[in-house]
Design a protein around this ligand. Sequence first.
Ligand SMILES: *Cc1c(COP(=O)(O)O)cnc(C)c1O
Length: 375
Amino acid sequence: MKNIQMVDLKRQYEHIKTEIDKGIQEVIDQTAFINGPQIKTFATNLGGYLGGTNVIPCGNGTDALQIALMALNLQPGDEIIVPAFTYVATAEVIGLLKLKPVMTEVDPNTFMITPEEIERVVTPRCKAVVPVHMYGQCAPMEEILAVAKKYSLYVIEDTAQAIGATYTFFDGRKAKAGTMGDIGCTSFFPSKNLGCYGDGGAMYTNSSELAQKLYMIANHGQAKKYHHSVIGCNSRLDTIQAAILNVKLKHLDRYSSARNSVADAYDKAFENLGWLRTPKRVSNSTHVYHQYTIQLTDARDRDQLKVYLQERGIPSMVYYPVSLHLQEAFRSDEYGVGAFPICEDLCTRVLSLPIHTEMDQETLEYIIETIKSYK
Ligand SMILES: *Cc1c(COP(=O)(O)O)cnc(C)c1O
């Protein structure tokens, strides 16, 4: 059996090697390593792909979230609502800026924040909510936007896992993940659906005023070189990474369908296995399957399956093993064990299976048959 991986970036590169190598060589020939023309081209191309939004590239997805919060004129102690079941970055930047993360439960079927939970935890000090488009499909944005409007909350979408997913509003209008709230934040970490060959990230916004602010904050708070109007930071996308992303963006829709083919095969193969729950597809969003995450009966079962797969050369990952409210960094009197039972339970039962753009039929069948013969 060949070496099975969660994500096969090597084979993906081999298929686009000529274009990628050419793009990288151009940057080197131009020695335009910082703020080269490829950055602007990429921001324009991605903005077009997303339906005409402003795209502000930055150093990584975590920076994108931080800069988004910095752009909203928040005061220390202001509260920001986040799901407790997410990657640490979503809440980390809130703490870093001396804001207060207010955590919520998630829907046990979609792993995502719900409008009801936002209403349950909202206080007069809440200034923003950060829905996370978990594993590759959109959170219920129509309802979230309505609740946010009711309580005057900014909406920052964490779309690091859902680039390319399309949401459909009740009236039929469609929008790409990250373009519905005030600011969308994404990551180009290599294993993300649109990944570069190092770190990278971006912010999206439909407001030209916010776009200007985000751009300024990411560039040392300057609109004009050596004139600093606000405290900013230094968060840049490398030109080489932008060159790579310009190539890969052209393939993004094909990559999303390749991931969907794997997910379709898993769904079909596992639908009648009583001991395994396949991930729910929501009706008003497409899925780009950053992860294909199944649920097992309990922790023992999940851990046993993981070992069983590993012994047969199949990797699997637990995203995420600890709910944010139980992470040492976020411990508080408010959030002890039992504060968010759904999140805590999910952490013991989820398992993400290999899914990527280069999965061949033989490997896919091997993974499926191995899982089916587990019990
Ligand atoms: C990857 C990820 C981030 C952070 O992106 P980096 O580029 O690694 O900083 C933030 N939120 C979510 C949900 C992610 O999956």
